[in-house]
Ligand binder design. Structure first.
Ligand code: ADP
Ligand code: MG
Length: 356
């Protein structure tokens, strides 16, 4: 079932949490709402679910206006960061709960409930733990139970609010792959809130980047990563070096350095352009070619990890972060305090009005 969010505004006291937000969520897809804390993700999710009422705007489920439809009647499944499972109930009973409390007319028979719960527990790979209590499960297992419980009533929409937020990094990564696979099996329209860009880029079909109550960009993970619409998106989706530069005649001037700008980027001259380069898109050389590189001194080298992280200082005392492969680092034999040249392999230029 598709969801249409149309011109939603939400105000708390004198604070506007959502500002005229419109969004199309395609049926059967896994959409991530990604943004920093306070950007309005949870508020938007709660408005979609019907737990919160917007001050303006409308939510449509499959073309049907949901204003006035109670949360309970919207057929949404919810998984929160701290989904309190019923502590006094077994895993099995937690998952069965939503079915047991259905009105008699629509409540499945005991045998059907049993089959359904077993099916769900096996879907979330907990089929042998049905008899345990929540306190006997790990955090990751508990969130899988929460998901099975949300799915038991066959929701038309699944809403997940930072479901893995309280788990440690390794478990988060495991669960994120698991959720992706699960979604490929069940294809229920899902909205997944996270502030973790890696999580959003890995899990989602489509990423909605939010900032201060607005949507900055909507696109596939590829789109938003490789074609960021705004400096905010570029910044938020990974580490980045920022250089303030002057642009004239298709070239950017930064201190003594001159850079040729990519074709198609920047049509007009300006004294206040921002050049963004990701650390892995900077290379280091010993010789300057007189153009497209910047003199800098190495001040820190960190070799622990899949890539070598190098911090440098430019003549203007800007800090520059570079990442190169271990092999390349060994070939270059770089040393701390050495003076070298930094060369962007790719750069993004934004002016104040965000044109690229
Ligand atoms: P996110 O989930 O992206 O961290 P939220 O949607 O929870 O952001 O909150 C967005 C902003 O709205 C925050 O500044 C938050 O303090 C504010 N806010 C959210 N809910 C309420 C509320 N019930 N009353 C007052 N302010 C709220
Ligand atoms: Mg939130």
């Amino acid at each position: 079932m598709s969801i249409e969010v149309q011109n939603i505004t939400k105000i708390f006291g004198d604070f506007t949490a959502l500002k005229d937000v419109s969004l199309h969520i395609p049926a059967g897809e896994l959409t991530a709402l990604l943004g920093p804390s306070g950007s309005g993700k949870t508020t938007l999710l709660r408005i979609i679910s019907g737990l919160e009422v917007p001050d303006a705007g409308t939510v449509f489920f499959h073309g049907e206006d949901m204003n006035g439809t109670h949360a309970r009647d919207r057929k949404v499944g919810f998984v929160f960061q701290h989904y309190a499972l019923f502590r006094h109930m077994s895993v099995y009973d937690n998952v069965a709960f939503g079915l047991e409390v259905l009105p008699r007319k629509v409540k499945p028979r005991k045998k059907e409930i049993r089959e359904k719960v077993h099916q769900l527990l096996s879907l979330v790979q907990l089929d042998r733990l049905g008899g345990r209590f929540p306190s006997q499960l790990s955090g990751g297992q508990r969130q899988r139970v929460a998901l099975a419980r949300a799915l038991a009533v066959e929701p038309k929409v699944l809403l997940l609010d930072e479901p893995f937020g309280s788990l440690d990094a390794r478990v988060r990564r495991e669960l994120r792959h698991w959720l992706r696979k699960l979604h490929d099996e069940i294809h229920v329209t899902s909205v997944f809130v996270t502030h973790d860009q890696e999580e959003a880029l890995e899990v989602a079909d489509r990423v909605v980047v939010m900032n201060e109550g607005r949507i900055e960009q909507v696109g596939t993970p590829d789109d938003v990563y490789h074609h960021p619409a705004t400096p905010f998106v570029y910044n938020f989706l990974g580490n980045v070096n920022l250089f303030h530069a002057r642009v004239e005649g298709g070239k950017a001037y930064f201190g003594d350095a001159v850079f040729d700008l990519p074709q198609g980027q920047m049509q007009h001259d300006t004294s206040s352009a921002m050049i963004y380069v990701r650390p892995h898109l900077l290379d280091i050389t010993r010789e300057s070619s007189g153009k497209n590189d910047l003199k800098a001194r190495i001040i820190y080298i960190n070799m622990a990890g899949p890539v070598v992280k190098i911090e440098l200082l430019s003549a203007r005392r800007d800090s520059i972060q570079v990442e190169i492969s271990q092999e390349h680092f060994e070939r270059l034999r770089l040393k701390k305090h050495e003076e070298v040249y930094v060369r962007p392999k790719e750069l993004k230029v934004f002016t104040q009005d965000y044109s690229i």
